[in-house]
Design a protein. Structure first.
Length: 223
């Protein structure tokens, strides 16, 4: 009978190495939460300046599962940040694929914090759908949640180059929740829509009938 209950007690049979890695993940989450709490006080002060910022498309490349060397993979990612505001939250969406054919699509909210003229901190949270073709890349559930912290340098043309760290977890929706840590280099490209200004009425093209006739022709008819 004890053996039967031992089989059902799966969470307690997780290897010690896995438990140690989960403790590291918990500490990283606490650090990211503390950073969020400290920086959130500066968001309202930068509220008006963020309204002038355009939308961005972002290309990221780096490593998936940086904490677990046995599951380390390359990752390629694209994100879109429209300049649509709800209080001090901004929506964003993205997708990534790894070198082991794992893939995810996600959408959530982000909080950009302008530290100074050349430094930006971006905090993000996004639920998403995750799938993998390999067992070692399985994160335990279809629905995964991603929290991210990005530090970027802002160039004069408003493009941004930075480093982003993310943690992906299923929030214990399944007993198997290995999670994953992602470290990427990020480049944000501003999207500007150039509006063609309408010409004034006086400079628009006129029809042939409205244009004055040649003065030489008029003088010849007068003769």
């Amino acid at each position: 009978m004890k053996d039967c209950f031992a089989v059902l007690d799966i969470p307690n049979r997780i290897p010690l190495r896995e438990k140690s890695r989960r403790r590291i993940q918990t500490r990283l989450q606490l650090v990211m939460g503390s950073v969020l709490f400290v920086l959130a006080s500066n968001v309202l002060a930068q509220h008006d300046s963020l309204k002038k910022v355009p939308s961005f498309v972002t290309f990221n490349t780096g490593a998936f599962n940086v904490v677990n060397a046995k599951r380390l993979q390359g990752q390629f990612e694209i994100e879109f940040y429209p300049n649509l505001e709800a209080w001090f939250f901004y929506p964003f969406a993205g997708a990534f694929i790894t070198t082991n054919s794992s893939a995810s699509v996600f959408a959530g909210i982000t909080i950009p914090v302008v530290v100074n003229k050349r430094l930006l901190v971006r905090l993000s949270f996004a639920p998403g759908l995750y799938t993998s073709t390999e067992r070692k890349s399985d994160l335990g559930y279809l629905l995964e949640f991603r929290t991210s912290l990005k530090i970027a340098y802002v160039f004069r043309d408003q493009s941004r180059l930075g480093v982003q760290f993310s943690h992906i977890s299923n929030a214990n929706l399944n007993w198997w929740n290995p999670g994953a840590e992602v470290l990427v280099v990020s480049y944000e490209i501003p999207l500007r829509i150039v509006k063609v200004q309408e010409l004034p009425v006086s400079s628009r093209g006129r029809s042939w009938e409205s244009q004055p006739r040649d003065s030489g022709m008029n003088s010849w008819q007068a003769d």
